[in-house]
Design a protein around this ligand. Structure first.
Ligand SMILES: C[S@@+](CC[C@H](N)C(=O)[O-])C[C@H]1O[C@@H](n2cnc3c(N)ncnc32)[C@H](O)[C@@H]1O
Length: 404
């Protein structure tokens, strides 16, 4: 812990302890919106799913195009030799373990099981000194993660016990302690993050040992985005020296009761952030605010249950109808994702594209401008996605012909 403290202090951060929240990450200096607070590679990570219909992801860099399968296990993908080589020490063991499974079984290994297998493989590789350990990259930090064993239900323990059997079957290490694996599954559930692409599409899951120190707020002062599988925490509000660093574990657009419910069920705490305490009804309820404005209609414009009419119409190629739905949902996005929120920035970007293809060039440029203003803070300016976006804005402003 002392070693970790001294590494973090160099980054302008410190770890403290709060009786209610446990460990907390505190800023030791001021951070402005858009400034990177932390960058971290995962201790272990796994693509979203190995199922054959899932979009394949490079296990080295999380790219999704021009991939080739590992010819031995037929399950893991790489974009090229350099990613394959960088993952080789881990994949050599993983490949051998997975290849023992029948092909039908291999395709259904869930990401959290895959993560657990890798957790044990990495522990072994580090204890055998095949992979080096550092203050921020060692199994001792996994041991200190919260598991909430006394709070989880018998049903959840039973589920983890079944998963522990599968881990044992894959690794075939007789000395694996089932009780510890059950506890580790609970740790994964409280501490892993969904790895997303530049447009916030889920690509996989990862365990980030320093980022796991960050507590939750429904009105967070930072945002978590990913560059490949590297996690980046950026300030989205002015953070003063001494302030706690917060990130959101859940969709901040959800209603207070639904947010509190989700946090209690998965993370075992009642949130006391300013939004939860004020229970601000104006800010509340993304679902309710997507209801059709016609009192006699029970329809919604967009719902959390996969009915995104705007996306449906984009996929059907009906851009006029897609724009109609985009315009209907925009006020809700502006309200529930106010400030520097990636989802608002991305919605402005989609709106700009739809306005552009429908011939409304002035609104399109204005919305592209708004998208860039937000995404520059949440995503920085150096990723290929942001460079492309900035290039488009420059061309659109100059009236040059370009494709969205
Ligand atoms: C990812 S960990 C965060 C770091 C944690 N405090 C620790 O000591 O390792 C998530 C856990 O931290 C605690 N936590 C996070 N945010 C909190 C908050 N706003 N209020 C109370 N507890 C919180 C909960 O116990 C939660 O399950």
């Amino acid at each position: 812990m002392e070693e970790l403290q001294s590494v973090l202090e160099n980054e302008g951060l410190t770890v403290t302890f709060d009786p209610m929240k446990g460990r907390c990450l505190i800023a030791n200096k001021d951070f402005s919106p858009g400034e990177v607070i932390l960058r971290e590679e995962p201790y272990v990570c796994a693509p979203k799913s190995f199922a054959s219909e899932a979009v394949p992801v490079c296990q080295g860099c999380f790219k999704t195009s021009n991939l080739k399968k590992c010819s031995a296990c037929q399950l893991v993908w790489y974009c090229g030799r350099s990613c394959q080589l960088s993952d080789w020490k881990m994949h050599r063991l993983e490949c051998r373990a997975i290849s023992r499974l029948d092909m039908n079984w291999r395709n259904v290994v869930a990401p959290d099981i895959c993560l657990m297998v890798k957790l044990y493989l990495r522990r072994k590789l580090q204890s055998d000194k095949i992979i080096p350990t550092t203050a921020t990259d060692n199994y001792k930090l996994v041991e200190s993660l919260v598991a909430h064993m006394s709070s989880i239900s018998e049903q959840e323990k039973f589920l983890y016990a079944r998963k522990a059997e599968i881990v044992k079957l894959i690794l075939q290490w007789p000395d694996i302690n089932d009780k510890q694996t059950v506890e580790n599954f609970s740790k994964l559930s409280r501490n892993t993050h969904t790895i997303t692409g530049s447009q916030m599409e889920p690509l996989g899951i990862g365990l980030y040992l320093v980022i796991s120190l960050i507590n939750h707020s429904c009105s967070p002062n930072t945002v978590l985005v990913f560059e490949g599988k590297e996690a980046v925490i950026r300030a989205v509000q002015q953070i003063q020296k001494g302030d706690e660093v917060f990130v959101s574990y859940i969709d901040t657009g959800a209603a207070t009761m639904s947010r509190q419910d989700d946090l209690l069920k998965q993370y075992f705490f009642t949130c006391t952030c300013s939004r939860c305490l004020s229970h601000d009804p104006v800010h509340d309820d993304i679902d309710g605010s997507f209801k059709c404005m016609n009192d006699k209609c029970s329809g919604v414009y967009e719902s959390n249950f996969g009915r995104w009419f705007m996306m449906d119409y984009i996929n059907l190629g009906d851009m006029q109808k897609a724009l109609e739905y985009c315009r209907l949902t925009m006020p809700t996005y502006q309200r529930v994702y106010a400030g520097f929120h990636p989802l608002l920035g991305l919605r402005y970007y989609t709106s700009a594209k739809l306005e552009w293809v429908n011939g409304n060039k002035v609104i399109a440029v204005d919305h592209l401008d708004k998208a860039v203003d937000i995404l520059k803070v949440t995503h920085g300016t150096e990723t290929p996605f942001m460079k492309d976006l900035l290039g488009k804005l420059e061309k659109a402003r100059g009236g040059a012909p370009f494709e969205f």
